[in-house]
Design a protein. Structure first.
Lengths: 114, 112
């Protein structure tokens, strides 16, 4: 596609449920990032993939969060036992390769845990 | 503690005025980016600066990277209502991974 695509655009879930958020990066981009943005804040780094492997997952807040990119393209962010504090906009970005952090962002998935 | 401090947090000005937004840190960055974000959208990259003292211009926007690569500024000349949005600075720390560290942003409103 022309840009980074994220689905769903909005997700409302009940506390304790499991959710999956999907990211389709720009075709050919080897690097993929997940960020989380809370209201009034800048994006907060979660995880970075180079190809299929997670090169840096230091931003994942706890073991309820997990992300995969099995074929080096589409990525899924998985959140188990969701909590109200997980409510935020989850942003995905991709870049052609290690480019000093420069990235192209999707429109985000707004997750609301009720 | 916020690694990148942006100021001001909010700015409301009239069309035609000039403005400067600042992004400061005590850390050195190998590169620094400025993004603009509109409600319901992801951040859109405006510019990347990599060399200390570097100045880049994008139409009415001028970006500067500090000599020590710890700070940056964005200056907008003759602001227009279409410039309204959230301006975010983000940096890749020197010696760090590819992850970007973001400031909280400056919410700019340009009134007609």
């Amino acid at each position: 596609g022309a840009g980074v695509s994220q689905t769903p655009s909005n997700k409302v879930t009940e506390k304790g449920k499991y959710v999956e958020l999907r990211c389709d990066p720009i075709s050919g981009h080897t690097a993929l990032y997940w960020y989380r943005q809370s209201l009034g804040q800048g994006p907060e780094f979660l995880i970075y993939f180079q190809g299929t492997g997670a090169a840096d997952d230091s931003g994942l807040p706890n073991d309820r969060f997990f992300a995969v990119r099995p074929e080096g393209s589409v990525s899924t962010l998985k959140i188990q036992r969701t909590e109200r504090g997980d409510s935020a906009v989850y942003l995905c970005a991709s870049s052609p390769g290690p480019t000093g952090g420069e990235a192209f962002f999707g429109q985000g998935t707004r997750l609301t845990v009720v | 503690t916020q690694l990148l401090e942006q100021s001001p947090q909010f700015l409301s000005i009239q069309e035609g005025e000039n403005l400067t937004v600042y992004c400061n840190s005590s850390s050195v960055f190998s590169s620094l980016q400025w993004y603009r974000q509109e409600p319901g959208e992801g951040p859109v990259l405006l510019v990347t600066v990599v060399t200390g003292g570097e100045v880049k211009k994008l139409k009415r926007l001028t970006f500067q990277f500090g000599d020590a690569r710890k700070d940056s500024s964005l200056h907008i000349t003759a602001a227009q209502p279409g410039d309204t949005g959230l301006y975010l600075c983000a940096g890749a720390r020197e010696g760090g991974s590819e992850k970007l560290v973001f400031g909280k942003g400056t919410k700019l409103t340009v009134n007609p």
